[in-house]
Write a protein that binds this ligand. Structure first.
Ligand code: CAO
Length: 467
C-alpha cells in the first residue's frame, strides 16, 4: 500500500512535470494538448475541427505518443525509428556501459557509435537503466506509467525475466500497448532466437530466391528485420487507434517468420497453382524443365504476367552493376502465351542492344517507348543520388563523435507530417533529462539513483561514453 501511494505520488509529480514541459514546448511551436481536447471542439463527426494551420505546420502525426523503446539490434529499432520520424517521443532504454550491442558492432570509426547503430536509432532519446537492479526496475515501472507503448525484441522470455510481464505492465498502466518482435509465433519454435537470415529461410524467401541450379539464397533486403519492424509499426499505430475507442492497450506481436511470409505471399500463391499445372510464367517452363513438388527458385524472372530479366549493359565486363532490368511488352508478342516460349530468344536479342548502351542511356531510350525497365543501382550510386536527397529519403545528419553520416529518412511521405530525422543519441545522453522531466524525480532522488548503481555501469558514470 505504502509503495502504491509512493508510486501514485511520484506519478502525479511526473504528470505535472510532463504537463509543465509540454506547456513550455507549446509556447515555442505546436500545441499538442489542444489536439487531444475532445467533445466541445469537435466538428460533429467525432473529429476535431479542421486545423487552420498550413499543411506541415500542425505538428507531426504521432506527436504526444511516448514510447518506451526496449529494442536492440535491427528489427525493433527500425520500428521505433520510424515512429520517431513520425513524431513519437522515443525513449530508448539501454544497459549501462554497454548499450545496444550494435553500438560497437561493425565499427568503422574508432570510439564512435557504428553506422549499424546510428542508422537505426535516429530521432530517439537514450536512457541507461539496469533492468535487473531493484532501483532500475522501479524506474522502469515509472516509465511504464508514463509511456503509451512499450516496444521490445528481446529473446523469448527475457522481458518476463525482468519482471515486466504483460500482467504487471497492464496493472501499472492499462492503456499501455506492448509490442514485440519475436522470431516465431506460438508453436514448436516459439522459444528460438532468430536473426535476419534465419527468418528469410523460415519464412519461405530463401527457398524461392536464387537460380534453379544453385542453392537457396538470402536477399540483401532486410525483410526479416526491417520488414518485421515495419509490420510491428503498423500494428502499434492500429492499436493506438483502437485505444481511442476502448481506452485500453493490447499486446501486438510481429513474428519474423510471419512477416517474411507476408512479403512472400506470391510464392505461396504459386505453390497452390502448381496443383493445377506448370507455372507458365517461370522461364523454366519455356525451357521445358519440369516442375517439382514445391515452388522453385526463379532466378531473375519477374514473377508476374509481364516477363522480365536482367540484361547486360555497356561496361558489364568490369562494372558489376552495369545491368538493367528489362520487361518484355513487344506487340508481336503481345500475349504472355506468345512470349513465354521465346523468352530466352527475346532477351538475348534485346541484350545485344543493351550491351551497346550504358544502363542510364538504355533506361532513357526504353522509357520513351513506355518499356518498364530499371537500372541496377549500386549503393554508391544511391548514396550520391540527388533526387533521393531532395525527397529526404537519404538524409545527411551530423553526429558529435563520428561527424556527418548518411541515413535513410522516412520512406513514407506525409503531407501534414514532415519527417523528423535527427542523429542517434549517445549512450545515456538523456538519462538525467528523462529522470527529471519525464519521471519527475527530484534533485535528491536523482542523486540517490546515481549512487545506487541502477543507471551506471560498474566503475563507470552513465555518461562516460558520451564524453
Ligand atoms: N539491463 C540489464 N539487462 C538487460 C538490459 C538492461 N537494460 N537489456 C537487456 N538485458 C538482458 C536481458 O534481460 C537478457 O538477459 P536474460 O537472458 O538473463 O534474461 C540479456 O540481456 C540478453 O537479451 P537477449 O536475449 O534479447 O539478447 P541475445 O543477444 O541473447 O539475443 C537476439 C539476441 C536478437 C537473438 C534475441 O534478442 C531475439 O531472438 N530477439 C527476437 C527476435 C529478433 O528481434 N531478432 C532480430 C534481431 S536483429 O537481426
Amino acid at each position: 500500500m505504502a509503495t502504491r501511494n509512493k508510486v501514485a505520488k511520484a506519478k502525479s509529480k511526473a504528470t505535472a512535470a510532463r504537463a509543465k514541459s509540454s506547456a513550455k514546448k507549446s509556447s515555442k511551436k505546436v500545441v499538442k494538448l489542444k489536439v487531444k481536447k475532445p467533445a466541445a471542439k469537435t466538428a460533429g463527426n467525432g473529429l476535431p475541427r479542421l486545423s487552420s494551420k498550413p499543411f506541415g505546420q500542425a505538428g507531426r502525426a504521432l506527436e504526444g505518443v511516448r514510447i518506451l523503446d526496449f529494442t536492440h539490434v535491427q528489427s525493433g529499432p527500425t520500428c521505433t525509428q520510424l515512429l520517431a520520424y513520425m513524431g513519437a517521443d522515443c525513449i530508448k532504454v539501454e544497459r549501462p556501459g554497454v548499450g545496444d550491442i550494435t553500438r560497437g558492432q561493425l565499427r568503422d570509426v574508432k570510439g564512435a557509435d557504428s553506422l549499424y547503430f546510428t542508422m537505426l536509432n535516429g530521432s530517439k532519446r537514450s536512457i541507461t537503466i539496469d533492468s535487473k537492479h531493484a532501483k532500475g526496475r522501479e524506474i522502469l515501472d515509472r516509465l511504464v506509467q508514463q509511456c503509451d507503448v512499450l516496444v521490445e525484441n528481446f529473446a523469448p522470455g527475457a522481458l518476463d525475466r525482468m519482471g515486466l510481464t504483460w500482467e504487471h505492465i497492464h496493472k501499472l498502466n492499462p492503456r499501455m500497448i506492448v509490442a514485440s518482435v519475436k522470431g516465431f509465433g506460438p508453436g514448436p519454435y516459439e522459444d528460438c532466437k532468430v536473426y535476419e537470415n534465419v527468418a528469410q529461410c523460415a519464412g519461405g524467401s530463401a527457398s524461392t530466391t536464387g537460380f534453379r541450379d544453385g542453392p537457396p539464397l538470402v536477399t540483401g533486403s532486410q525483410i526479416g528485420d526491417s520488414g518485421t519492424g515495419l509490420h510491428l509499426a503498423l500494428g502499434i499505430v492500429a492499436a493506438l487507434y483502437q485505444r481511442i475507442r476502448t481506452g485500453r492497450g493490447q499486446r501486438v506481436l510481429a513474428a519474423m517468420q510471419d512477416g517474411v511470409l507476408n512479403l512472400c505471399r506470391v510464392k505461396l500463391r504459386d505453390q497452390q497453382r502448381l496443383k493445377h499445372g506448370p507455372l507458365t510464367e517461370y522461364s523454366q517452363h519455356g525451357e521445358g524443365v519440369p516442375f517439382g513438388a514445391a515452388v522453385p527458385r526463379a532466378g531473375n524472372d519477374s514473377g508476374g504476367g509481364q516477363p522480365g530479366w536482367i540484361l547486360k549493359c555497356k561496361g558489364w565486363e568490369t562494372d558489376p552493376d552495369a545491368y538493367i532490368y528489362f520487361i518484355t511488352q513487344a506487340p508481336v508478342y503481345a500475349t504472355p502465351p506468345a512470349r513465354l516460349p521465346r523468352l530466352r530468344q527475346i532477351f538475348d536479342t534485346v541484350e545485344k542492344w543493351t550491351e551497346t548502351k550504358n544502363k542510364f542511356e538504355a533506361m532513357e531510350i526504353l522509357n520513351k517507348y513506355d518499356i518498364p525497365c530499371g537500372p541496377i543501382l549500386s549503393m554508391k550510386e544511391i548514396a550520391e543520388d540527388e533526387s533521393l536527397r531532395a525527397t529526404g529519403t537519404v538524409v545527411e545528419v551530423d553526429h558529435p563523435t563520428r561527424g556527418k553520416y548518411l541515413t535513410v529518412g522516412n520512406p513514407i511521405k506525409m503531407s501534414d507530417s514532415p519527417a523528423d530525422v535527427r542523429r542517434s543519441p549517445l549512450i545515456g545522453e538523456h538519462t538525467d533529462e528523462i529522470l527529471r522531466k519525464v519521471l519527475g524525480y527530484s534533485e535528491k532522488e536523482v542523486g540517490d539513483i546515481k549512487q545506487s548503481g541502477a543507471i551506471t555501469a560498474p566503475d563507470k558514470p552513465a555518461k562516460a561514453e558520451a564524453a
